[in-house]
Design a protein. Structure first.
Lengths: 794, 127
C-alpha cells in the first residue's frame, strides 16, 4: 500500500517531525557556524604571533652571525698575518674560525687588492680576484659589515648567503675582508624547533624582492624561487609589517592561511602557512557527533509521531473505509471502531445505526420496483402479439389482390406477344429477301466469309470483277481470290479482321479468272452472334484499278514536266547565254569597226530581244510550275513597296520613252509573297511590248469593298494599243494571244491571273478611255486587305 | 585603284558546256581580261587552281555540273583560296540565296548580258 501524502495519518506524522526536529537543526547549525569563526580567529592570531616570533628569532640569529665574524676579524694575530701576507697563519686562523661555529659553512679571506688569499674549505677559490664584486668592493672601502642576498655559487654549486666584514690594521686602515657563507640548513634546523603544532605547516624566509632565502623544501632554496606572487609575500612587499592572508596554492591544490612578519633590519620577511582544512579540524570533529545526535533524535521523533498518528487518525480512517464498504455487512461492521469508549466510538455507533435504517428502506423499495417491472413486461408481450396478428392479416389481403392483377396482365401479354411474333416473322422474311437482293445486285463487289475463311456469299458485281460465278466460289477458301505473289500478305490482313479490326480503305489485289489482277479498295465489318462470338465478316470493295493507273500516269507526267523544265532551266539557259553573248559581242565588234549599218543593227537587236523574251517565258513557266506544286508560302507583304520595285525596273528601257506615274504613300499590307512583284512586272512588260512611241504607265492604289470584304484595288493604266472588247476575256487564258502588233505568248497575263487568284484576289481589264480601246488598257488588280489582327496570326 | 599585287590575276572559267566556255573566253579576250585557266568540271578546276601561278582573282562557276556540283566546287575553292571571288551562274534563280550564303560574291542568272558580266568581273578584279 503506497504512502498517501494527503492522508490524515501522513499529515499528523509530518507535523510531529517538524515540531520536534526543526528547532534542534536550527540551533545546531547556528552554533557550528559561530564556533568555526571563533576557532579561525584564534588560530589566525596564534599563527601571526608565531610569525612575529620567528622574525625576531631570525634577526637575532643573523645579528649573532655578524657579531661572530666581526670579533674574528678584530683578532690581532689575524690582522697581522693579513697585513704581512702570511698565508699559513691566515689559513690557520680561518680553520680556527670555521671550526669554532656552526653558523657558517665555510669562510675565506680577501686581501686589500680584492684577491682571495685563503679559504677554509675550497682551496680552488684562492687567487681569484673579487674586487669587482659589489659587496667586496664596498667592504674594501668602508669599515662595515654586510649581509648579502642569496647568490648562486660556482664553488659550492648551490645558492649561498654571504656575510662579510672589513679587516682593519692597528692604525685603522682596511687591509682585507673576512667573508663567511651562512649554513642555512643549520638555521632551518634551529627554526624548526619553534615550528607550529598544526600538522603540515610550512614556513619560509624571503628577501626584499620575494626570493626564497630559507625553506624547508630545499628545492625552493636551490632554485632561489620567486615567491613575490604569493599573497602574504605580496602584502609584505607592499610594506605591511605583519598580518594573515588566505590563499589557494595550485601546486599543492590546497588552500592555506599564511601569517607573515617583516625583519626590518635586513629587509627580509618570515611566512608561516597552515592548511585551512587543518584549521577547521576541531570544529569538524565536533560536527560529526552533533549530526549523529540529530539523526538519533529524528528516529525517535518518527516513532513518537507514528504512535500518535495512529492513535488519532486510524479510527477516523476506519470509519471512512466502513462507509465505502457499507453494502458488505461483515466487513463494514468489523471496520467500525464501535468498541472505543471515547467520542470516536460514539460517532461509530451512531453511524452504524443510521446505516442499518437506510439498508432496510432500500430493500423495501427494491421489492416494490420488481413487482412493477413484472407487470409492465406482461403488458408489452400482449401488445406485441396483437400487432403481429393484425399485420399478417393485412399482408394476406394485399397478396391476394396482387396475384389477381398479375394473372390478368399475363393473359394480356400472352395475347400481344402472339400477335407481335406473327408480325415479326413476316418482317424478317421480307428484310432478308430485300438484303439478299440488295447484296446480289449492288454495283460494288460484296463478299461474306465465315471464321474459317470459307466464302458464304458472292454477289454479281464480284462475279464481274473476278470472272468467277458464285456457284464456283461459294464454299471455297477465300485465298483463291488473291494472286500468289500477294496472297500471304493479304491473308495476314484478313486475319486481323478476325481479331476485331475493321478495314477502312484497304487496297487488296484480286485475281481475275483470266489471270489479270484488279486493285480493289475494301471496307469490312464483322458480324457477331448474341453471345459475342464471330459469325461472319462482310466486305465491300471498289475497283480502283483504273484510278491507280491514272495516278501513275499523272506522276510520270509530272516527272516528265519537271524534267523538261529542268532542261529548260539549264540547257536552254546555257544556249541562250551563248547566243546572247555572241550576238552582243558581235554587235560590239562590228560597232567598233564601223561595220554595223542600220538594218544590221536591227537584226542583231531583234535577236537579242527575242532571246530575252524566251528567257522570261521560261521564268514564267517555272513560276507556274512552282505555284502548282505549292512551293511558295504566303506571308504579310507591303503591296506599295512591291509595285514600286517592279516599276523601277521599267523606268529606263533602251530606245524607249517611258514615263511612270506612281506615288508610294504608306504601307498597304496584303497576304502574298515575292511573286506578287511579277504580277506588276508582267503588266509593265505587257504594256511595253504592246505599245510604240512614248509610253505612260500610271498606277494608283485604292481601298474598296466588295461582297462585304475589303480589297486594295491596283489600277494599272497604259496608253498602248489597247485590248479589243472581244479579246478581254481571252488574254488571261493559257496560250492565247491578244490581237496586237507585237507578238507574244500571252503566258505573262495568265501568270498574272493565276498569281492574283492564288493570293485570294481577282483581275479585271477595261479600256483606259471609255468605249475607245485604242487609247490603252486599265488592269484592275484586287487583293484582300490584310488587317493587323490577321498579320499577327500568320 | 590598282588591283592588289598578291599573286592573284585574271579570271578562271568553270562550266561543262564547251561552247559557253569558248564564248566566255572570246568575250574576256575582247575585253582584255586575262583568263587564268578554263575547266569543264569541278575536279579539273581544283587541280588547275592548285597549279595556277598566279592564282585567278575571280572564278566563274556554273551550278549544274557533274560529278561535283558548282556549290561543292565553290566551297572547295574558298577552302583553298579564301580570297578568291566567285561569280556563281545558273539558269535557276532558286539557288541564288543558297550560293550567296555559301560564299559567292555575285549570283548571275543565265542569260546575262555581256555588259553585266564584264562590269561584274571588272568590279571584283579592281575593287
Amino acid at each position: 500500500m503506497g504512502v498517501m501524502l494527503g492522508s490524515l495519518r501522513t499529515k499528523v506524522i509530518v507535523l510531529f517531525l517538524l515540531a520536534m526536529i526543526l528547532p534542534i537543526v536550527i540551533v545546531g547549525t547556528a552554533g557550528t557556524i559561530y564556533y568555526r569563526d571563533v576557532v579561525r580567529q584564534t588560530i589566525s592570531s596564534n599563527e601571526q604571533a608565531q610569525a612575529q616570533t620567528l622574525a625576531l628569532l631570525t634577526s637575532s640569529y643573523i645579528d649573532g652571525a655578524v657579531s661572530f665574524l666581526d670579533n674574528q676579524s678584530a683578532r690581532p694575530e689575524f690582522q697581522d698575518a693579513l697585513m704581512v701576507g702570511n698565508v699559513p697563519r691566515i689559513s690557520t686562523s680561518l680553520a680556527t674560525i670555521s671550526n669554532s661555529t656552526l653558523v657558517y659553512n665555510w669562510v675565506y679571506v680577501i686581501d686589500s687588492s680584492g684577491r682571495v688569499v685563503s679559504s677554509s674549505t675550497y682551496p680552488n677559490v684562492v687567487g681569484e680576484n673579487l674586487s669587482s664584486n659589489p659587496m667586496i668592493s664596498q667592504l674594501l672601502v668602508n669599515d662595515t659589515n654586510i649581509v648579502g642576498d642569496p647568490v648562486y655559487s660556482n664553488v659550492t654549486g648551490k645558492p649561498e648567503i654571504f656575510v662579510g666584514t672589513s679587516v682593519l690594521s692597528p692604525n685603522g686602515t682596511i687591509v682585507g675582508v673576512l667573508v663567511g657563507a651562512l649554513d642555512t640548513d643549520y638555521y632551518t634546523q634551529t627554526i624548526t624547533e619553534a615550528k607550529s603544532s598544526i600538522p603540515d605547516t610550512v614556513f619560509y624566509v624571503v628577501n626584499s624582492t620575494g626570493s626564497v632565502l630559507v625553506d624547508k623544501n630545499t628545492s625552493y632554496m636551490n632554485d632561489i624561487a620567486d615567491f613575490s606572487s604569493v599573497p602574504p609575500v605580496q602584502m609584505m612587499l607592499a610594506g605591511k609589517e605583519s598580518g594573515v592572508a588566505e590563499y589557494y596554492n595550485p601546486v599543492e591544490n590546497t588552500t592555506r592561511l599564511g601569517a607573515f612578519a617583516q625583519i626590518p633590519k635586513y629587509h627580509w620577511g618570515v611566512v608561516i602557512a597552515v592548511p585551512v582544512s587543518a584549521l577547521y579540524a576541531p570544529v569538524d570533529n565536533v560536527i560529526l557527533p552533533f549530526i549523529s545526535f540529530i539523526a538519533l533524535l529524528s528516529l525517535l521523533a518518527v516513532g513518537v509521531a507514528y504512535f500518535f498518528g495512529r492513535s488519532l487518525a486510524d479510527p477516523i480512517l476506519a470509519i471512512s473505509s466502513a462507509s465505502n464498504k457499507i453494502m458488505d455487512d461483515d466487513k463494514y461492521s468489523k471496520l467500525l471502531p464501535t468498541g472505543r469508549k471515547d467520542e470516536i466510538g460514539d460517532l461509530a455507533r451512531s453511524f452504524s445505526d443510521m446505516v442499518d435504517r437506510v439498508k432496510r428502506d432500500i430493500v423495501e423499495r427494491k421489492k416494490e420496483a420488481e413487482a412493477r417491472e413484472q407487470l409492465m413486461v406482461q403488458l408489452e408481450e400482449k401488445t406485441v402479439d396483437l400487432k403481429k396478428s393484425y399485420e399478417e392479416l393485412e399482408v394476406k389481403s394485399e397478396e391476394l389482390a396482387a396475384q389477381t392483377e398479375e394473372i390478368e396482365c399475363a393473359n394480356e401479354e400472352l395475347r400481344c406477344t402472339n400477335d407481335e411474333l406473327q408480325n415479326l416473322t413476316g418482317s424478317l422474311r421480307e428484310t432478308r429477301d430485300y438484303l439478299e437482293k440488295l447484296i446480289d445486285n449492288a454495283n460494288a463487289p460484296i463478299i461474306v466469309w465465315d471464321p474459317n475463311f470459307i466464302i458464304t456469299r458472292f454477289n454479281h458485281a464480284f462475279e464481274r470483277l473476278s470472272g468467277f460465278t458464285a456457284y464456283e466460289i461459294i464454299g471455297k477458301n477465300f485465298s483463291i481470290l488473291f494472286p500468289s505473289d500477294s496472297r500471304e500478305e493479304t491473308m495476314n490482313k484478313i486475319q486481323k479482321t478476325l481479331k476485331g479490326e475493321q478495314w477502312e480503305s484497304v487496297e487488296i489485289p484480286i485475281l481475275h479468272k483470266s489471270g489479270g489482277v484488279s486493285i480493289v479498295l475494301w471496307n469490312s465489318a464483322n458480324i457477331y452472334a448474341e453471345d459475342k462470338s464471330l459469325l461472319a465478316t462482310i466486305a465491300q470493295g471498289q475497283d480502283i484499278t483504273r484510278r491507280k493507273q491514272a495516278e501513275k500516269e499523272l506522276e510520270d507526267s509530272k516527272y516528265q514536266a519537271e524534267l523538261y523544265l529542268d532542261l529548260m532551266g539549264h540547257d536552254i539557259s546555257n544556249m541562250h547565254q551563248i547566243v546572247m553573248t555572241q550576238l552582243e559581242l558581235s554587235r560590239d565588234i562590228l560597232n567598233i569597226e564601223g561595220r554595223l549599218e542600220g538594218e544590221d543593227r536591227e537584226l542583231i537587236d531583234t535577236s537579242i530581244t527575242t532571246l530575252e523574251r524566251a528567257s522570261r517565258l521560261i521564268d514564267n513557266v517555272r513560276k507556274l510550275q512552282k505555284l502548282s506544286s505549292h512551293e511558295y508560302s504566303l506571308e504579310a507583304v507591303d503591296l506599295s513597296a512591291l509595285v514600286k520595285d517592279a516599276l523601277d525596273q521599267y523606268s529606263i528601257i533602251p530606245d524607249r520613252d517611258i514615263a511612270i506615274k506612281f506615288s508610294q504613300d504608306g504601307k498597304r499590307m496584303v497576304r502574298a509573297n515575292a511573286l506578287l512583284k511579277d504580277v506588276f512586272g508582267n503588266l509593265a512588260d505587257n504594256a511595253v511590248k504592246h505599245s510604240s512611241g512614248p509610253l505612260t504607265l500610271a498606277v494608283n492604289i485604292n481601298k474598296v469593298s466588295h461582297d462585304s470584304k475589303s480589297y486594295y484595288r491596283v489600277a494599272f493604266e497604259d496608253n498602248g494599243h489597247g485590248i479589243p472588247d472581244d479579246k478581254k476575256e481571252e488574254i488571261f487564258q493559257r496560250f492565247k494571244r491578244g490581237q496586237t502588233k507585237a507578238r507574244g505568248t500571252g503566258l505573262g497575263l495568265y501568270l498574272v491571273k493565276t498569281l492574283v487568284e492564288g493570293f485570294g484576289g481577282y483581275v479585271e481589264v477595261e479600256n483606259r478611255v471609255l468605249e475607245d480601246y485604242t487609247k490603252g488598257a486599265r488592269f484592275l488588280i484586287y487583293l484582300p486587305v490584310l488587317e493587323e489582327n490577321d498579320a499577327g496570326t500568320m | 585603284m590598282m588591283p592588289e599585287q598578291c599573286n592573284h590575276a585574271g579570271i578562271a572559267i568553270v562550266d561543262d558546256d564547251v561552247q559557253l566556255v569558248r564564248t566566255y573566253e572570246l568575250l574576256f579576250k575582247h575585253k582584255h581580261i586575262p583568263v587564268s585557266f578554263v575547266a569543264y568540271d569541278g575536279l579539273e578546276a581544283i587541280e588547275k587552281l592548285r597549279k595556277a601561278e598566279p592564282k585567278p582573282r575571280v572564278i566563274i562557276i556554273d551550278y549544274r555540273m557533274e560529278p561535283m556540283s558548282g556549290l561543292d566546287l565553290m566551297k572547295e575553292v574558298l577552302a583553298i583560296e579564301p580570297r578568291t571571288k566567285i561569280i556563281f551562274v545558273s539558269g535557276d534563280d532558286r539557288i541564288q540565296q543558297e550560293s550567296v550564303d555559301a560564299g559567292a560574291a555575285v549570283f548571275l542568272k543565265k542569260p546575262t548580258g555581256i555588259r553585266t558580266i564584264t562590269d561584274t568581273v571588272n568590279h571584283l578584279m579592281n575593287p
